[in-house]
Design a protein around this ligand. Structure first.
Ligand code: ADP
Ligand code: MG
Length: 764
């Protein structure tokens, strides 16, 4: 071992906390203990579980936020105010003092100087320990106070006894979980956890670990012991910025676990079977539906659309399920790519399903695809939540009999009653709009792998896919492989929220990605302006000018009703105001509480140009396509997320007319906008490029939030930072396939240790 054994930490000083609040750390139950009644969980135990600290290894991996140095004593004479100081001295005076409230004042002298300890909450036991003549050890922040130098609520104990040899950890915690309890629990976890090495030694001699690194190589056990209880001589900065070799080791472990699980998911999928489409696609294949569709389109495909089409065609010819993400900026033309894939699928004799996150979007796809595909003799079925039972029954029959080649709908598509005759291609539009848990349910149904609910994920809201959705023959679960041998459909996911490269490499290693990096010709870049809400009248004047030119306008508001807590613009009110300000102009209103039929009617009036202005909440956010709309006003733009703003802006600039986006902001009572909001609005003005927007969004929010980890309740990467740890990520990417091949058992142990129940979750 290259490192001196880390000294065991001594018990930390006690704070003035009533004893009853401190409960012993939970002990591992002996295996022989009767499985009778489980004792009720204490609040602290519940709090531990809420933090996700279930297994000993979870506790061992719960690392300190910072450290307290209790290893030294400082003479009071040499101590400075504002510093955290620990000293030993004798109590020379103790009194209860009543000044606005009752307080205990204790004077302590260490021979070089003295200091007053002030307690606003105290118990008789404290008074006893702090009686005149007692020798005590005190730790707290030294301040200049009313009574001279003082410490308010310092920690203390009787003097003497050895000083701890290591820094004292301070852990991230939550209400109801005292630091002392957590320290004990972590220590016990550290002792009980299996910390045997899982990374084979040969892998730890290359990349960032070549030559053992400057301070020698830490084993997992050494790294954890060090990080929980570092020796006092450590440069604290290297712990804080995670550059210390012990941190490097942990981050490498974490990244490797993630790469292993992704790679494994990819391999499981590669072993599954899907229908390989026969025949030729596109150009020159005679009567191919794809060719007919291409001929009917009012435009020519962009080079990017052609390239992506080839990627998809190559996948569909294989007997392995496609798992492809099609990313392309708003307006890049993903729908036609989906339609071409659908035509290919139907031509090969299979059914295709297209799922969209909202009814409006499903409706829009439906009318567009019907206009493209029905003239080619393809029957299309529609499924939405708001459908009348009779219509629904008819649709279900079309789908079950196979008469409908294409099925388009919302989540209704994945409900239990939907039985496909022979589904072979599933397309998910705006896939980022489906919750992590929903995508997970979808994936798990597709692969027939049983899943554990990730910590915090709300799976109750998910409608799982029925088995019938998948293999026509009915699926069989083969535990030894964890996948089903019968056929799976191909999966194409589409998103307008592009994934920055580093994220694609790490979180989506399990996906093939195609990118539409080119907009269809004839688009004019949208000019974006940030305008203070006080200048609203000018914006309305501009609307008038646009209307006079025959253009249409979107006006987006964040909420439909005034809530008590937030003074948000009310879409209904704005609708009234604009109607009054724009006499003779059709002003429509669209919000999420409206019935689906009503929404559909309003949308139709706007699409047909009957309405000049559409006031709406964010329901128009995804996918809506009205090329004549050339002005987008977003009210309270400071409250929107960056990618949401970008998506909204993408609704304009779809026709030939010069288009603009006005971001109205209000600072409320504050003199200026907050920093994050400013950064977002600035990014919107500076760039129209979805990839650049995504990159800045990542910068502003960090990867966890970017991926919606908050929504899932489980952080994706706890320790590694993709921007900072590129070399470690490169190492993990290199090592993962080798480890999976050469050390499959160690690889499984490694994944389990790090991801536990979250391994499946990461695949979603
Ligand atoms: P998104 O990628 O945001 O889903 P859409 O598929 O809705 O974009 O396409 C945006 C608009 O561009 C639609 O009106 C579509 O018909 C049109 N479009 C798509 N591809 C082309 C192309 N190659 N040339 C011209 N217009 C196109
Ligand atoms: Mg779209």
């Amino acid at each position: 071992m290259m490192h001196p054994a880390v000294p065991a930490p001594s018990t930390a000083l006690t704070r003035a906390v009533p004893e009853a609040a401190l409960e012993p750390a939970p002990e591992a139950k002996p295996a022989s203990a009767p499985a009778a009644k489980a004792p009720p969980k204490s609040p602290a135990q519940k709090a531990l579980e809420k933090l996700g600290l279930h297994r000993p290894i979870d506790l061992a991996l719960h690392l300190p936020l910072r450290y307290e140095d209790e290893t030294r004593l400082t003479p009071l004479a040499g101590a400075r105010e504002g510093e955290i100081v620990q000293f030993e001295g004798q109590v020379t005076h103790s009194e209860i003092f009543i000044r606005s409230r009752r307080q205990l004042l204790v004077t302590v002298d260490d021979g070089t100087g003295s200091c007053v300890l002030r307690f606003l909450n105290f118990y008789p036991s404290h008074q006893k320990t702090l009686s005149v003549g007692a020798q005590i050890r005190v730790r707290g922040e030294l301040r200049g106070g009313f009574f001279g130098r003082e410490m308010v609520h310092p920690s203390f104990r009787l003097a003497g006894g050895e000083l701890p040899g290591a820094l004292t950890p301070v852990y991230p915690t939550s209400a109801g979980l005292p630091q002392i309890y957590l320290r004990k629990a972590v220590l016990s976890g550290l002792e009980r956890a299996d910390l045997e090495e899982t990374i084979p030694t040969p892998f730890l001699s290359n990349g960032p670990f070549a030559g053992g690194g400057p301070q020698g190589l830490f084993s997992l056990r050494e790294a954890l012991q060090f990080l929980h209880h570092p020796t006092p001589d450590v440069a604290l900065a290297t712990l804080e910025n995670h550059s210390h070799p012990a941190w490097q080791r942990l981050k490498a472990e974490e990244l490797l676990a993630q790469q292993l699980s992704q790679l494994q998911a990819r391999r499981v999928r590669a072993a599954m079977r899907a229908p390989a489409f026969k025949g030729k696609a596109g150009r020159g294949a005679g009567g191919a539906l794809q060719d007919q569709l291409l001929e009917r389109l009012p435009f020519r495909l962009t080079a990017a659309q052609k390239r992506v089409g080839k990627d998809i065609e190559a996948d569909l010819k294989k007997n392995v399920p496609m798992h492809r993400l099609l990313q392309g900026d708003v307006g890049a033309g993903k729908t036609v790519v989906a339609a071409l894939a659908a035509a290919r699928c139907i031509d090969a004799g299979w059914q295709c399903a297209l799922m969209a996150p909202t009814e409006i979007l499903a409706e829009q796809h439906f009318s567009k695809l019907i206009s493209w595909l029905e003239p080619l003799g393809i029957k299309t079925a529609r499924l939405t939540g708001s459908q009348k039972p009779k219509e629904r029954r008819e649709m279900l029959a079309l789908i079950e009999s196979g008469a409908a080649g294409l099925v388009i709908g919302t989540h209704a598509v994945i409900q239990a009653k939907v039985k496909f005759k022979n589904l072979a291609l599933a397309i998910i539009d705006e896939q980022h709009r489906f919750g992590v848990a929903q995508r997970l349910a979808l994936r798990s149904k597709m692969t027939h792998v049983s899943i554990q609910a990730p910590f915090g994920a709300n799976l109750e809201e998910v409608t799982p896919l029925p088995n019938e959705f998948y293999p026509p023959e009915g699926g069989r679960f083969k535990p030894e492989f964890g996948f089903d041998e019968s056929q799976e459909p191909h999966l194409l996911m589409m998103t307008a929220t592009p994934i920055p490269r580093t994220l694609a490499m790490s979180y989506y290693a399990d996906l093939d990605v195609s990118t539409l990096d080119e907009l269809p010709p004839g688009r004019t870049p949208v000019v974006t302006k940030v305008v203070n809400d006080a200048r609203r009248d000018e914006v309305v004047a501009r609307i008038q000018a646009q209307i006079a030119e025959g253009r249409q306008i979107y006006w987006v508001c964040p909420l439909i009703e005034e809530s008590e807590s937030m003074d948000l613009a009310n879409a209904t009110q704005t609708h009234e105001d604009l109607s009054a300000a724009l006499p003779g102009v059709g002003v429509g209103l669209l919000h999420s509480r409206m019935a689906a039929a009503e929404k559909k009617a309003v949308m139709a009036l706007f699409t047909e140009g009957v309405m000049g202005v559409l006031v709406s909440t964010t329901v128009i956010e995804v996918g809506v396509d009205v090329p004549n709309a050339s002005l987008m006003v977003i009210e309270h733009a400071e409250r929107f997320g960056l990618s949401q703003l970008h998506q909204l802006r993408g609704r304009v600039g779809r026709g030939a007319a010069a288009s603009a986006c006005v971001l109205l902001y209000s600072t409320g009572d504050a003199p200026r906008l907050g920093e994050v909001a400013r950064a977002r609005l600035k990014a919107m003005v500076e760039t129209n490029d979805g990839f650049e927007i995504a990159r800045r969004d990542l910068e502003i929010r960090g990867p966890g939030e970017f991926l919606g980890a908050r929504q899932s309740g489980a952080a994706m990467l706890r320790f590694a930072d993709l921007a900072q740890d590129a070399p470690l990520l490169a190492w993990a990417r290199e090592v993962a396939p080798l480890m999976l091949d050469q050390y499959p058992e160690l690889a499984q142990r490694h994944i389990q240790r790090w991801l536990g129940g979250k391994a499946e979750f990461l695949k979603a």
